[in-house]
Write a protein that binds this ligand. Structure first.
Ligand SMILES: Cc1ncc(COP(=O)(O)O)c(C=O)c1O
Length: 393
């Protein structure tokens, strides 16, 4: 029992702005977009209330104390010592990798991504007329592995200019170990490929694992990297729109900052306040959250093993997203449609993550255990329904 109650029900539909709970009809359980159903930790709420008491909300910049909190987190949690000037505040990680591609590459340049992958990463090179080079992750007994020879070939291709890494990886929940990252980084350096590393899920690595920022592994990797992080996933503050880039190389940083001109000036004031409170005052909460999420992950694994053995599930090593292989269930329609229309569970369709995602779904278990259990009951009912999974909807 901890002092934090992740089982407390919260009526998220009561907030009319809540995308997750208001997109689908009231009889549907939303387990799609990657935010959690838990209350934001109290120190963040208190810091926001304090700031609200001051009646002016002008353009904001990060106070020195926020930058210090970020640097401390990088050093203490990830063993990475960074200079204050390397930090660039952003309105989000997705804008961050798009700014990097737009500002530092040219149309026609090649960008390597490992598929299946988070849809906005898949789409990003195409926004800027760049070539997406897909290197599939390799399924292995314990989850997924990077295909190192295929990555080396992709980096060596003429015109490849960047590698857009997602670590921990969405949707598979893969956490890269230091050896794998070192080999990948060495290959990028050999071929002069810029590393853009989305590490938004990096503070959600479960017990037994460790998050390694790729740029932390060697100074020469840091010199060719843009690392993107945010407190938004871990502390459930995605709507406050604050993130940060770590760009130790001054020339690269200058080019990145120039690329923001005309698009991004300042960052959401409340996001800055919440980020500092999250990093400074919510360590025990994060610890308790990880235990709860890990229990959800394991509950899902045992339920699937007992009740849905035809679903493939490699329990993730981080975060709150389950990548379920539904190709073993004979369905007349794509699984996400079946989940939504027959079981009344809204999940993310595997195809959103690239063609390799067909037959899969991504289920967000960042919710009360009771909600997760209810979704599995609904799934079982739908599969047993005499109308039949095989019948067209
Ligand atoms: C891997 C990854 N990157 C980026 C984002 C979005 O980040 P932001 O809201 O900061 O743009 C998400 C959200 O789910 C994500 O999973």
């Amino acid at each position: 029992m901890t002092e934090f109650d992740f089982d407390a029900p919260i009526d998220r539909r009561a907030a009319a702005d809540c995308r997750k709970w208001n997109r689908y009809p009231a009889d549907t359980l939303p387990m799609w977009v990657a935010d959690m159903d838990f209350a934001v930790p109290e120190p963040i709420q208190a810091a926001l209330r304090t700031r609200l008491a001051h009646p002016v909300f002008g353009y904001a910049g990060p106070p020195a104390s926020l930058i210090e909190a970020i640097l401390e987190m990088l050093e203490v949690r990830h063993g990475w010592k960074v200079a204050p000037e390397a930090i660039v505040m952003l309105p989000g990680v997705e804008p961050g990798f798009n700014m990097a591609l737009r500002g530092l590459l040219s149309p026609g340049d090649g960008v390597v991504v490992q598929t299946p992958i988070y849809a906005p990463i898949l789409a990003a090179p195409l926004h800027w007329g760049q070539r997406r080079i897909e290197v599939p992750l390799k399924p292995i007994a314990s989850g997924f592995s990077a295909d190192l020879p295929a990555l080396e070939n992709a980096f060596a291709e003429k015109g490849t200019k960047a590698f857009l890494l997602c670590n921990p990886h969405n949707p598979t929940g893969k956490v890269y170990d230091a050896d794998e990252l070192s080999v990948i980084a060495a290959s990028c350096l050999r071929h002069n490929v810029l590393i853009i590393s989305d590490e938004i899920h990096g503070d959600l690595v479960y017990e037994g694992g460790r998050h390694y920022p790729i740029a932390s592994l060697a100074p020469e990797i840091a010199e060719r990297s843009i690392t993107l992080m945010s407190a938004s996933k871990t502390y459930n503050i995605a709507g406050l729109k604050a993130a940060f880039a770590i760009i130790p190389n001054a020339a690269l940083r200058q080019a990145f900052v120039s690329a923001r001109a005309g698009m991004v000036d300042s960052v959401n004031l409340m996001g800055l306040v919440a980020t500092e409170a999250a990093l400074r005052e919510c360590k025990a909460w994060r610890h308790a959250l990880l235990i709860y999420l890990q229990e959800n992950r394991d509950f899902l694994a045992s339920e699937i093993a007992q009740r849905f053995p035809m679903i493939g599930y490699q329990p993730p090593q981080a975060s709150f997203l389950a990548w379920l292989d539904c190709r073993g269930i004979a369905l007349a329609v794509e699984p996400a449609q079946f989940f939504l229309e027959r079981a009344r569970i809204a999940v993310s369709a595997g195809e959103e993550f690239g063609t390799l995602g067909a037959g899969h779904i991504r289920l967000n278990y960042g919710c009360r255990r009771a909600t997760l259990a209810a979704s599995l009951d609904r799934l079982e009912q739908a599969l047993n329904d005499p109308k039949g999974a095989l019948r067209p909807i």
